[in-house]
Ligand binder design. Structure first.
Ligand SMILES: NC(=O)c1ccc[n+]([C@@H]2O[C@H](COP(=O)([O-])OP(=O)(O)OC[C@H]3O[C@@H](n4cnc5c(N)ncnc54)[C@H](O)[C@@H]3O)[C@@H](O)[C@H]2O)c1
Length: 376
């Protein structure tokens, strides 16, 4: 059922613009991933090759903030589902991290290697300008700091630029690294990484920075990526063992760190997992929320994705802090991630409930408290 929504107006695109922006919230409401989104916008510009979705999930804690993903989804519905799931995750991520923002996310349906043209980005920049005041965005898979720099010349609601907080990935990787240690500590009573076998899926911006840190503390790396060059480099620089992309889940590891795309943990893949811990940066690692119970029943400790990967959000959100961006404050906040995870692990164990149920409960309590406060 549709929520009653405040009418939201868009700023007008420039006079001769070929961009059209439509409200597709009612279409989105037909999808299982809808989850009461406040608003879903679709920007189209045929002449410049743009099809973009901006999903705004919940703005109780503040204006929506979430990255822009550029990806060639197999259909519009798949892209919309991705945007909805990612934007809901941002609401929870922000609530748990204690940043004063709501959840949103954008998806551009395009191959980032071949279709992300300057014209497409200019059209998307116009869409962002129309959404000023409702939505802040920055990098995600397929969108670089250079792209953010360009978009920031079109609209003021672009974060993570070279002049701003820059690439969030090293900060995200640091949070994931600390989160892996928290999970090890919970399971083994020690954060020691020496000799611990970590299987890293995806050697992109976050996965690579995570490998550097893990290698630095003596972990034994098992890696997979669809990009053979990155795999070769990881073998060379980290002494990593490479496995084919389809075999990384079944690798004989202590920790599985998904750092590629979402949906890797599913009913049919959980039985393949050899690792006792799942802790990585990818958003929406679970195909379904209920899969966390299957992990728990299999004795696998799951670090909820939006808790462990909050470093990037904390980093970009800091650009809008009253005193401006402060790297020291960012790293201090990222340093809280292991403590938050430790509490979630302990509560989940005591209540015999999946870790992501506990995390969602904490997030929803915070949002409900903020909603009550705004009503009084
Ligand atoms: N960058 C951040 O700060 C940040 C913050 C929070 C969450 N995340 C999430 O972390 C994940 C990684 O982000 P990123 O910025 O490193 O992206 P990226 O695009 O730089 O890296 C993704 C890597 O995964 C690889 N890959 C894709 N499909 C694969 C497969 N089937 N098997 C193995 N490798 C595969 C790609 O080749 C690429 O090297 C994404 O899910 C992203 O949403 C990133």
């Amino acid at each position: 059922m549709l929520h009653v929504r405040e009418p939201r107006t868009l700023k007008k695109p420039a006079g001769a613009s070929t961009l059209t922006i439509s409200d597709i919230t009612e279409d989105a409401a037909r999808l299982a991933a809808y989850d009461g989104h406040e608003r879903v916008w679709c920007g189209r510009d045929e002449s410049r090759g743009l099809i973009a979705i901006v999903a705004i999930h919940n703005t109780v804690l503040g204006p929506a903030l979430g990255g822009t993903r550029v990806w060639a989804h197999e259909s519009f519905e798949a892209a919309l589902t991705d945007a909805l799931r990612l934007s809901r995750g941002m609401t929870y991520k922000s609530a748990i991290a204690g940043t004063p923002f709501g959840g949103g996310k954008a998806v551009i349906l395009a191959d980032p290697k071949t279709q992300k043209t300057p014209a497409l980005l200019a059209a998307y920049g116009e869409m962002l300008a129309a959404l000023e005041g409702q939505f802040f965005t920055g990098e995600d898979v397929g969108l670089t700091v250079a792209d953010a720099d360009f978009l920031s010349t079109c609209a003021s609601n672009v974060l993570g630029t070279g002049r701003g907080s820059g690439n969030p990935s090293p900060v995200t990787a640091h949070g994931v690294f600390l989160g892996i240690k928290a999970a090890l500590n919970h399971r083994r009573g020690s954060q020691q990484l020496e000799g611990v076998r970590v299987a890293v899926q995806g050697l992109g911006s976050v996965g690579w920075a995570l490998c550097e840190k893990l290698h630095g503390e003596g972990a034994a790396l098992i890696v997979a990526d669809i990009d053979a060059e990155r795999v070769e480099k990881a073998k060379r620089l980290f002494g990593a063992t490479a496995v084919p992309a389809g075999e990384i889940l079944a690798a004989g590891a202590d920790v599985f760190a998904p750092c590629a795309l979402g949906g890797v943990i599913a009913q049919q893949t959980i039985s393949m997992l050899k690792a006792g811990i799942v802790a990585g940066s990818a958003n929406n690692q679970l195909a379904r929320h209920e899969d966390a119970r299957l992990l728990m029943d299999a004795g696998i400790l799951y670090a909820p994705d939006y808790v462990i990967n909050a470093g990037g959000l904390i980093n970009v959100a800091a650009e809008l802090a009253p005193g401006g961006y402060d790297r020291g404050a960012v790293m201090a906040k990222v340093g809280e991630i292991p403590g938050t995870l430790g509490d979630i692990f302990t509560r989940a164990e005591a209540q015999r409930r999946p870790t992501n149920d506990i995390a969602a409960e904490i997030a929803m309590e915070r949002i409900a408290a903020a909603a009550r406060k705004s009503r009084t």
